[in-house]
Design a protein around this ligand. Structure first.
Ligand code: SF4
Length: 342
């Protein structure tokens, strides 16, 4: 029988596990130290645990780190790694170096059930939730792990559709017994699942990013079917009613499609619906995917849209396109890899 994985377990979970194995009460803390600070590749290397404890643990457990199976490197230094996950499929993890920042973009599901029309991952359908082990493995087993300054949950899948495992991974990233990262360096992005946003905001201190893409209900629903069950106006009401404090940030992701969602009417409506929310909009140029009905705007159109939003008092920035020569659109690489096996 396959051994269970220690990596990705919280201190509380390890405390239960070590108590059940009759290990001393302080063993759980020692194990978190090895897993999340010292990075022991094997249980046998956790040398401050007694030899008897290590032998006992190794019967049922392994650390459970998995290296990436392949990488594509873009001319701008962006890398896309493919990691195998438990259901025999592959997930994508992007490493994005940018001057003094180095960001990893984590996936949380294999495939996705949200069905966004512009997204390659959506075409895979939902294949399964990643465990905290599989989410954090993308961070720890990234060859550039030591260089990382920022983490974004913006890869494959919808984080609030796998909230339990996402919260577990955030707990490990931000706790003093874990990696001790500041929550201000971590952003979780969501399409806006109304009944989960509050729980995320209450249980985590990390930043929130919401995919907006259109201020008009009908148009947004055509792009993002989730709008029907989780209207953006309800999402905005929840955000308006929450105290983000001074450190925490809310931002909106806005993929710009040429001639579709970048008109003066959109600017006016964006200013209206975001009124009273201290936020920024990140403008992302649409990355073409095979057979898509949408097209990408040019840089002048992006800049004009940004400037018009700024004139309305909305802080807007253009996110530089990265990794265009290695399939910048999330889901392209893993789809290709999966198709090889069909
Ligand atoms: S854009 Fe995100 S939420 Fe929408 S289908 Fe793709 S992975 Fe899922």
């Amino acid at each position: 029988m396959a051994r269970k994985r220690l990596y990705g377990k919280t201190l509380d979970e390890l405390s239960v596990l070590t108590a059940a194995a009759s290990l001393p009460p302080y063993a759980a803390k020692q194990i978190t130290g090895w897993l999340y600070r010292r990075g022991a590749p094997e249980i046998s290397g956790m040398t401050d645990l007694s030899l008897a404890s290590r032998i006992l643990l190794e019967k049922d457990y392994e650390t459970g780190l998995t290296p990436p199976s392949s990488v594509a490197t873009g001319s701008d230094g962006t890398k896309k790694y493919l990691f195998p996950v438990s259901n025999g499929r592959f997930i994508e993890t992007a490493y994005i170096p940018d001057r003094d920042r180095a960001t990893v973009c984590l996936s949380v599901q294999s495939g996705c059930r949200m069905g966004c029309r512009f997204c390659m991952t959506a075409r895979q359908g939902f294949q399964g939730n990643l465990t905290a082990n599989e989410i954090l493995n993308q961070f720890r087993s990234l060859p550039e792990h030591a260089l990382l300054t920022n983490i974004v949950y913006m890869g494959m899948g919808e984080p609030l559709d796998n909230l339990g495992e996402v919260l577990r991974s955030l707990d490990i990233l931000t706790s003093v017994w874990g990696y001790g990262w500041s929550p201000t360096r971590i952003t979780v992005s969501t399409v806006g699942i109304t009944d989960r946003i509050k729980e995320y905001l209450e249980k985590s201190k990390c930043h929130l990013a919401v995919s907006l893409h259109s201020p008009f209900d009908e148009e947004r629903q055509a792009l993002m079917p989730v709008q029907k069950a989780h209207p953006i106006k309800e999402v905005l009401d929840i955000i308006r009613g929450f105290d983000f404090g001074r450190q925490r940030r809310v931002s909106f992701e806005y993929i710009v499609f040429r001639g579709l969602n970048d008109t003066p009417a959109h600017i006016k409506e964006l200013a209206r619906i975001l009124n009273g929310i201290r936020c920024r909009i990140n403008l992302i140029r649409f990355h073409n995917i095979p057979g898509s009905e949408y097209s990408s705007p040019g840089q002048p159109e992006m800049e004009a849209f940004r400037d018009s939003l700024s004139d309305k008092g909305i802080t807007a920035t253009i996110r530089a396109s990265r990794g265009e020569d290695i399939g910048a659109a999330c889901g392209l690489l893993s789809t290709l890899e999966q198709n090889k096996n069909i």
